[in-house]
Design a protein around this ligand. Structure first.
Ligand SMILES: [Fe+2]
Length: 208
């Protein structure tokens, strides 16, 4: 059955194309706990990832269980809203179940970066921010004087830019910010030059 648009009002604007992104602010106790959990002895995951960064550390089962319980409701809500949007609210979906395929910490230091990539073997992916270099705001102040600031930002790209749609969105990391996005959505992370660590984590998920 194709998606068929049916107007609900005499005038409306809608966004039928392109993937949605979800944003959720992690509570401070979750950030604290995740930073503690990162000090565990964890396996190196860098052979399976593209980042040109110091450490990519694979979540063990304890970390998967902990962070999974914190974000599951939000991920399911994102999934449901995307399905509703794609069907113009005309179908009711069964409650989905979420499987966490993998998760990992990303420890990025000055001059390091994450090349353009997507995540395979799952339907949804995500990123959450756990800490930033102490003086990065100073670097951002300078970078934002430029017409195209990007230092330490994540950049999502999709499709072709036209006068009526965008094909690129940049996000400045802030501690506690958590984003969910389709695993197939291309993204990259630009380098920064302040000393200190930009620490984030990613989780790959599949909706069943
Ligand atoms: Fe990624």
């Amino acid at each position: 059955m194709p998606t068929i648009y049916k107007s609900q009002n005499n005038k409306e604007f809608f966004n039928p194309f392109g993937p949605p992104l979800g944003y959720f602010k992690l509570p401070s106790e979750v950030i604290k706990r995740m930073n503690q959990l990162m000090t565990k002895k964890l396996d190196d995951f860098s052979n399976f990832l593209v980042g040109k960064v110091s450490h990519e550390l694979k979540f063990d089962q304890e970390i998967i269980n902990y962070i999974g319980s914190q974000i599951v409701d939000f991920a399911v809500e994102y999934h449901n809203k995307a399905i509703e949007r794609n069907n113009f609210n005309s179908t009711t979906q069964p409650t989905p179940k979420l499987k966490i395929n993998a998760g990992w910490f990303i420890r990025q230091f000055n001059g390091e970066y994450n090349p353009n990539h997507f995540h395979s073997g799952c339907t949804l992916s995500s990123v959450g921010y756990l800490s930033l270099p102490e003086n990065i705001e100073k670097e951002w102040e300078e970078d934002y004087k430029d017409h195209h600031p990007s230092h330490g930002h994540i950049n999502f790209t999709y499709g072709t830019h036209t006068q009526y749609n965008i094909s690129s969105i940049m996000i400045k990391p802030q501690v506690g910010d958590f984003y969910i996005f389709p695993a197939s959505l291309y993204h990259c992370v630009y380098p920064f030059y302040t000393s200190g660590e930009r620490r984030s984590f990613s989780i790959n998920m599949t909706v069943i």
